[in-house]
Design a protein around this ligand. Structure first.
Ligand code: NAP
Length: 485
């Protein structure tokens, strides 16, 4: 149980600078997936609280949007420093509500902080343009202005860093925000309010409401005073939010689901490919949008890759993320473990060969064994669906053309990976893959300096990189005449 007086824990909404309960006092229980224990309760808010949060963000916007880039960069740097100074405590809360190993949780806090620092730097480079004018007596300027109130809705799998990618550019650009964290992991979301307070961010600039997704989401996507909706989560929910946001023509950014292929060619360094596969698959117990979902391996190295991947999967230490040396925690809940089981059962019923794991872990609860399934075929469910669990299906291919066709045969287009030591193949495959993010001989590629985002049904827009802040800015064209020229 998180201690009620834990200085890092907030059990209330943050609206206009005040920490407040839901209007009717209702709460949601938050459970630790490793132990099943309820660790605390947060407000079960709905429409009314969300409307007040939007009003608070709207009221804070005029003054905040006029602050200088240097001031906003200073707030972001202070938030960055606070996160690193308190990394251990913030990571422990994250592990307790989400389950990931403490080392991964500390990494998540660190990369979230790194996003803030990146956007602190970007804030000072929001340049407009002086455009050569077609008229001798007029001048043309463009400026970039903050879009206004931003609504941010985030998932449970990276409950801290998914917000960093939205809060960082929103503050850098001069936008105010209303945040709705996932109900299963609200403490890492509410901690952002504490981080903002510690850095002295003005009241109302960041507002946070926890509670009923459908009510909060509806207000955020339809309220005329919300200018932009930025969402990370499933494609299914993202589509609903886009449809609602269309009614008032809001700007939208969508970071949605994936079905990442991980290709290993005959020319690859197999040990490097296996190390990359372990990172790309089992990080966060397979619960990331960029997790390898399908391993596509060329016939000449198929058996070697399968054997090495199975051995490495068997060697992973599974347990409570707070315990020393644990490399894989539980899945988020019992439903997720049951869903993972159905992927395995489906594959086995269609001829899949289990080389490692294959069932719930002896630890019980939502723990699941790291699993490798060889002889995967296109009719198995994971060929099309996001697994979101620690299951590695390995498909065999013969030619590069076949591999590209298999890799691109999905409605998703977020991340993909491939391993080769052939230069020509590197270029051909890199150009042939229809994805927003490509890792070549690398299994983890996320960094604040690079744009993160998908194509096709994996989303719209980029987070991070020089592109990230632009999602929070609108362009104004100014034509100046009457200059007496
Ligand atoms: P989800 O079910 O779509 O939920 C994400 C967020 O949306 C949560 O805060 C949830 O609230 C909220 N939500 C659910 N229904 C809603 C509605 N009708 N209106 C408004 N908000 C609603 O996704 P998830 O299961 O938490 O996360 C896993 C998914 O996220 C996967 O598909 C994964 O690939 C994707 N993801 C994508 C990226 C990326 O960058 N592309 C990154 C991480 C995850 P409650 O928690 O209260 O239900």
């Amino acid at each position: 149980m998180l201690k009620p007086n834990n200085p890092y824990v907030r059990n209330a909404n943050l609206i206009g600078g005040d920490w407040v309960a839901a209007d009717n006092g209702a709460t949601i229980a938050v459970d630790n997936p490793a132990t099943g224990e309820t660790i605390g309760h947060v407000p079960q808010s709905g429409r009314a609280e969300t409307i007040r949060a939007v009003e608070a963000a709207k009221a804070a916007f005029p003054a905040f949007s006029k602050t200088t880039a240097n001031q906003r960069a200073a707030w972001l740097r202070a938030m960055h420093a606070y996160m690193l100074d308190n990394q251990q405590a913030l990571a422990e809360i994250l592990t307790m509500e989400m389950g990931k190993p403490l080392a991964e949780a500390k990494g998540e806090i660190a990369i979230g902080a790194a996003y803030l620092l990146w956007f602190a730097e970007e804030a000072r480079r929001v340049y407009g343009e002086v455009v050569p004018s077609p008229w001798g007596d007029r001048r043309i300027l463009t400026t970039l202005e903050p879009v206004g109130v931003v609504a941010a809705i985030t998932p449970w799998n990276f409950p801290s860093s998914m917000l960093a990618r939205k809060i960082g550019p929103a503050i850098a650009a001069g936008c105010t925000s209303v945040i709705k964290p996932a109900s299963q992991t609200p403490y890492s979301g509410l901690a952002w309010g504490m981080i903002a307070e510690a850095a002295g961010l003005p009241k109302g600039v960041m507002n946070i409401v926890t509670g009923k997704a459908s009510e909060i989401g509806e207000v955020l996507c339809t309220h005329p005073d919300v200018a932009k909706v930025t969402f990370t989560g499933s494609t299914e929910v993202g589509i609903k939010l886009m449809q609602m946001a269309a009614g008032t023509v809001k700007k939208v950014s969508m970071e949605l689901g994936g079905n990442a292929p991980f290709l290993v060619f005959d020319s690859a360094d197999i040990d490097r490919a296996v190390a990359g596969a372990m990172a790309a698959k089992y990080r966060n117990s397979g619960q990331t949008c960029v997790c390898a979902n399908r391993f596509l391996v060329q016939a000449g190295v198929y058996d070697e890759f399968c054997a090495k991947l199975a051995a490495a999967s068997d060697a992973l230490k599974v347990g409570n993320g707070l315990d020393d040396g644990v490399q894989q925690g539980p899945l988020i809940d019992a439903k997720a473990a049951a869903a993972t089981e159905t992927f395995v059962a489906d594959a086995v019923s269609k001829g899949g060969r289990v080389l490692a794991g294959g069932k719930r872990h002896a630890l019980g609860g939502s723990f699941f064994e790291p699993t490798v399934i060889a002889d995967a075929t296109p009719d198995m469910r994971f060929a099309r669906e996001e697994i979101f669990g620690p299951v590695s299906p390995v498909f065999k291919f013969e030619t590069e053309e076949q591999a590209l066709a298999m890799a691109n045969d999905t409605e998703y287009g977020l991340a993909c990976y491939f391993y080769t030591r052939d230069l020509g193949q590197t270029i051909r495959v890199m150009e042939g893959l229809k994805y927003g993010i490509v890792g070549v001989n690398e299994g983890i590629v996320t960094t604040p300096e690079a744009p993160f985002g998908g194509i096709k049904q994996s989303g719209l827009g980029s987070e991070g990189g020089s592109q990230g802040i632009k999602e929070y800015l609108s362009v104004k064209y100014i034509c100046i005449g009457g200059l007496g020229l």
